[in-house]
Design a binder for this molecule. Structure first.
Ligand SMILES: Nc1ncnc2c1ncn2[C@@H]1O[C@H](COP(=O)(O)OP(=O)(O)OP(=O)(O)O)[C@@H](O)[C@H]1O
Ligand SMILES: [Mg+2]
Length: 275
């Protein structure tokens, strides 16, 4: 569990139960899933602590979305078990789990505008977020001027932010994010990353976030789960992954990528300094 600064929530939201960080919240035991005879999740066992931010990192087709869908409850496992606060949820339907996801393709309602999408879930469960909290989130995500737009009028990054807001207003027990930053770039990406982190800390939200990007995973999260071809390659704190890579996959695909990026940036700044 990370001990990085900023771990404590800045304020105590009134309508959310606060629990001490560091207790085991989610546990997956020997999860297996195949599609059409192809093993997609191969004996996945892991624990997530209450309030942690976890990144799932790995190549395309490696099983990241399937793993999120198993946790969410829209994909049934072939074998293995999933526990939430010690309770067996393996066969509990999605609606009763109280988790929520931002899908890779956003899955926004095209017949509703941006604001209506954001508050949609509150219709059935009013009071989860106050009007002020909704406004704060809209501001935090920079969506004020887009609220009346139809979904088709939004850019990819704006849709992504609407999808984030729609999910976060529901203050799910576990927030699942499938590549929430892939359509964002540069400074906006960095600031949204910061916002996700701030919101997760403030609401003590256990967050599991899928990404392709090692830098994103290692800077955003308390622990990183690296999966490759359906197997856990390494699960650890960013400094463990960097300092003690467990195998050649981590070394070659994750660390070498970071090294190349770092060297490129260094050489760029050295050139500029020399001018
Ligand atoms: N419903 C399904 N039916 C059949 N095969 C599936 C299904 N869902 C996923 N798969 C297969 O399982 C494998 C893992 O897919 P998954 O979507 O979990 O990968 P991913 O790591 O999220 O990839 P990406 O980074 O491209 O989103 C792929 O080979 C995919 O084709
Ligand atoms: Mg995916």
């Amino acid at each position: 569990m990370g001990t990085s600064k900023g771990r404590e929530p800045k304020k105590k939201p009134e309508n959310r139960e606060m629990k001490g960080a560091g207790t085991k919240m989610l546990e997956l035991k020997n999860i297996r899933k195949s599609f059409d005879g192809n093993t997609v999740l191969d004996d996945i066992s892991l624990e997530v602590q209450d309030g942690e931010i976890i990144s799932i990192l790995g190549p395309s087709g490696g099983g990241k979305t399937t793993l999120l869908n198993v946790i969410l409850g829209i994909v049934d496992v072939d074998s293995g078990k999933l526990f939430y606060n010690g309770k067996d949820l393996t066969r509990v339907p999605m609606e009763q789990r109280g988790f929520n996801i931002v899908f890779q393709d956003y899955a926004l309602f095209p017949n509703l505008n941006a604001y209506q999408n954001i508050v949609y879930g509150l219709k059935n469960r009013p009071g989860i977020s106050t009007e002020q909290e909704v406004q704060d989130l809209i501001e935090l995500l920079g969506l004020q001027e887009h609220l009346n737009k139809r979904i088709e009028q939004l850019s990819g990054g704006q849709k992504q932010r609407v999808a984030l807001a729609r999910t976060m207003v529901m203050k799910p027990k576990i927030l699942l994010l499938d590549e929430p930053l892939s359509a964002l770039d540069g400074v906006i990406k960095e600031s949204i990353k910061d916002r996700i982190k701030t919101i997760a800390r403030e609401y003590h939200l256990t967050t599991i976030i899928v990404t392709h990007d090692p830098e994103e995973a290692l800077t955003l999260s308390d622990r990183v789960l690296i999966i490759n071809q359906g197997k856990i390659s390494q699960y650890g704190r960013p400094e463990e992954i960097i300092g003690q890579p467990k195998n050649s996959f981590i070394q070659e695909f994750i660390l070498n990528q970071l090294e190349i990026k770092r060297n490129n940036i260094f050489s760029l700044f050295q050139c500029t300094a020399a001018v």
